[in-house]
Each structure stands twice: as structure tokens, then as C-alpha cells.
Write a protein of this length. Structure first.
Length: 370
């Protein structure tokens, strides 16, 4: 056992020496994280459709049902839930099941008929500032138009629309984007470094030398992947500190969950890097294969475009994307203050996906060695 640990230790030291010598490796480790953080910290977001919506209707009148019908008919909102209590509303927003909640208070129809001022509250999940801003604007316009139709040109004074953004009160896009950069940097770093480092050994002819040493296939896999896992953790700490200090990103959740969830996330990412190393013959091929996986993974993660807007086939495809789950976890920790009780489904999905990927990739890698 001690000899095995010593052999793995020497492999880890060897990998760090190679990383520090290679300019491309150093650029991926130290330069790319900062560039991505700066770029996505000020990225432009897009419009949204089919906003997941809940209606908390306390009035239960013909007028309130007509208002909900108009919001649904607009195509901007998809009413998925009708909670019966304020606690249920809180739970839906906490778990990220809805982006907007329309609360219609008691007496809404009576106030409209009497031409008295009335109030409608819009609650939005401000984690994604762009979606929250657009959703509030759409909802406000629909409600105002409905009020005009109901009571003539004096209606705007009769309806008091109050919008409240939860989790990201200032609706700053950087609060949404920068935490996502952490997930993307971890994937890019681990994916490319793992695949390129293993292929480099085969390309320069040193893999055969390693195979005739006392190293077992498992020790070789661990010696190759442990350094990049440590680098991924280093980048995670680096970008977290940089984002908090530079962009004033709030950290509301228990940070102890961040390294735990990162470790689970790395199972999938390192496994994919191992798989790429078994199909690539040169470092250039490994680099291209890494980006061939990386870009679709980002596009299908919900980072840039809402998953709800994608065709059904691609929505199902996102369930096999580890980046999708880690984005929910990291934004929940930073912006919502979510803990294990809320985030455990995403962590469990990552664990199952990671275990499957690392197992299949390791078996293929060992078969390639043998």
C-alpha cells in the first residue's frame, strides 16, 4: 500500500513539472480563468420565452382568471403551478421551479368594479437578472393592458403593480454570469489538461516506458488525474476570490458545500477527459476534441440560453450534461443561500453521472493500456 502511494506521488510530481514547463498548459491554468471571468462578467444576455410561472390567486374571480389567461396566451409565460400558500410560493422559488410568481390579492375584482386602487404583486427569481427584468416587463405590460381594457383610460391609477426581485435585488447580470464561469473554468481546465497530458505521453513515446514500470493501470490513472483535480480546485478558489473581490458577487450559502460539489462534478469532467485521451492520437486532436465537447456542453447547460426555450430533444439531452447540474448548485450557493436540503437532487444526479462516466472511461483507458 505504501509503495503504491509513493508511486502515485511520484507520478503527481512528474505531472506538475510537465505542466509548469508547457506554455499552453500554464495559459489554460492561469490565463483562461481570468479572461473568462472578465468577459462573462460583462456579457450580454438574451430575451426569454415560456417563463416558468406560478399563480397565487387569492381572489379566485372571473377577473383574476381572465388576467391569468391573457398572460398565458401571450406566449411569454407558462403557468406550471398554482400554490395555495405563501410557504408554497417560497418553496417554488427556492427550488428554482419557477422564475415568476403572480400574486393576486383578495378583493382584486371588487376593487376593479368599484374603480378603487388595487394591488398585484409580481415575485421574480432575480438570480438570472436578464430573465427577471424581461419577465417583469412583460408581466407589467400585460397587466396594464388588461386594466385599460377593464376600466378605460383611468385604469393605470387603479392598479398598483409591485415587482420584487428575490436573490438578486439589483438584477445585475454579473451576479448571474460570474458564478457560472467557475463551473466553466473547472470543466475547461480539467477536460483539456487531462486529455492532452495523457496523449502527450503517447505522442512522445513515454507511455510505453510508463507501462513497463511497476505502475499498475489504476495507479497510472490516479497519477494522471489527481494533479488536474488539484488544479481545478485551485482555479475554483482563485475565481471565487476574484469574483467576490472584483465584482462584489454575494456569497449567501454554505461555502463548505462548494468543494464537496466540485469534487463530485470533477468525476464527470475528468472521466470525459480520460475518454478523449483514448480516441485522440495527438495533442492537437485532443485539443479539438475537448472543444468539440466543451462548446455544446456550455450551450446546453442553461448558462447562455434558457433550457425551457430549447426543442424537446435538446432539453432531454441536457440531463446528460454535468455542467447543467453544477450551474444550479453554484448559483444556489452564491445567490440564493441554498443548502444541502435544496441542492441534494443536483448533487445526487452529478454523483450518478460522474460515477458512470469515470467508470466507463477508466475501463476504456485500461483496455487501451493493455
Amino acid at each position: 500500500m505504501l509503495k503504491s502511494i509513493e508511486r502515485i506521488k511520484q507520478m503527481v510530481i512528474k505531472e506538475f513539472i510537465h505542466i509548469l514547463r508547457d506554455r499552453r498548459m500554464k495559459a489554460i491554468v492561469f490565463v483562461v480563468p481570468f479572461l473568462q471571468t472578465l468577459v462573462f462578467g460583462y456579457a450580454v444576455t438574451t430575451d426569454v420565452n415560456n417563463v416558468p410561472t406560478a399563480v397565487y390567486d387569492l381572489d379566485r374571480s372571473l377577473e383574476s382568471r381572465e388576467l391569468v389567461r391573457r398572460m398565458t396566451a401571450s406566449g411569454y409565460f407558462q403557468v406550471l403551478f398554482r400554490p395555495e400558500s405563501a410557504t408554497a410560493v417560497q418553496d417554488l422559488l427556492d427550488r428554482g421551479k419557477v422564475t415568476l410568481v403572480l400574486q393576486i390579492n383578495r378583493g382584486f375584482s371588487a376593487d376593479l368594479n368599484r374603480r378603487k386602487p388595487t394591488a398585484i404583486q409580481i415575485l421574480v427569481d432575480g438570480t438570472d437578472s436578464n430573465t427577471a427584468t424581461v419577465a417583469m416587463d412583460y408581466a407589467t405590460r400585460i397587466i396594464t393592458k388588461y386594466a385599460l381594457d377593464e376600466a378605460g383610460r383611468t385604469a393605470p391609477a387603479l392598479v398598483d403593480v409591485r415587482a420584487l426581485a428575490w436573490y438578486n435585488p439589483d438584477l445585475k447580470s454579473k451576479n448571474y454570469n460570474v458564478p457560472g464561469v467557475i463551473a466553466m473554468v473547472i470543466m475547461l481546465t480539467s477536460l483539456l489538461l487531462t486529455s492532452m497530458a495523457i496523449v502527450r505521453e503517447r505522442e512522445v513515446g513515454t507511455m510505453e516506458q510508463l507501462m513497463v514500470t511497476p505502475l499498475t493501470p489504476l495507479e497510472l490513472i490516479l497519477g494522471k488525474t489527481i494533479p488536474f483535480a488539484l488544479i481545478a480546485f485551485f482555479d475554483m478558489v482563485l475565481i471565487t476570490a476574484f469574483g467576490v473581490l472584483t465584482f462584489n458577487i454575494p456569497v449567501r450559502g454554505p461555502l463548505a458545500l462548494l468543494p464537496v460539489s466540485t469534487a463530485i462534478y470533477l468525476l464527470s469532467v475528468l472521466g470525459i477527459g480520460l475518454f478523449i485521451s483514448t480516441i485522440a492520437r495527438t495533442q492537437q486532436q485532443a485539443l479539438m476534441a475537448g472543444f468539440l465537447f466543451y462548446m455544446p456542453a456550455v450551450l446546453l447547460s442553461g448558462f447562455m440560453f434558457p433550457i425551457e426555450n430549447m426543442p424537446a430533444f435538446f432539453q432531454y439531452l441536457t440531463y446528460a450534461n454535468p455542467l447543467r447540474y453544477f450551474l444550479v448548485i453554484i448559483r444556489g450557493l452564491f445567490l440564493k443561500g441554498n443548502g444541502l436540503s435544496i441542492l441534494w437532487p443536483q448533487m445526487a444526479a452529478l454523483l450518478v453521472l460522474g460515477a458512470a462516466v469515470i467508470t466507463l472511461s477508466s475501463l476504456r483507458f485500461r483496455k487501451r493500456l493493455e
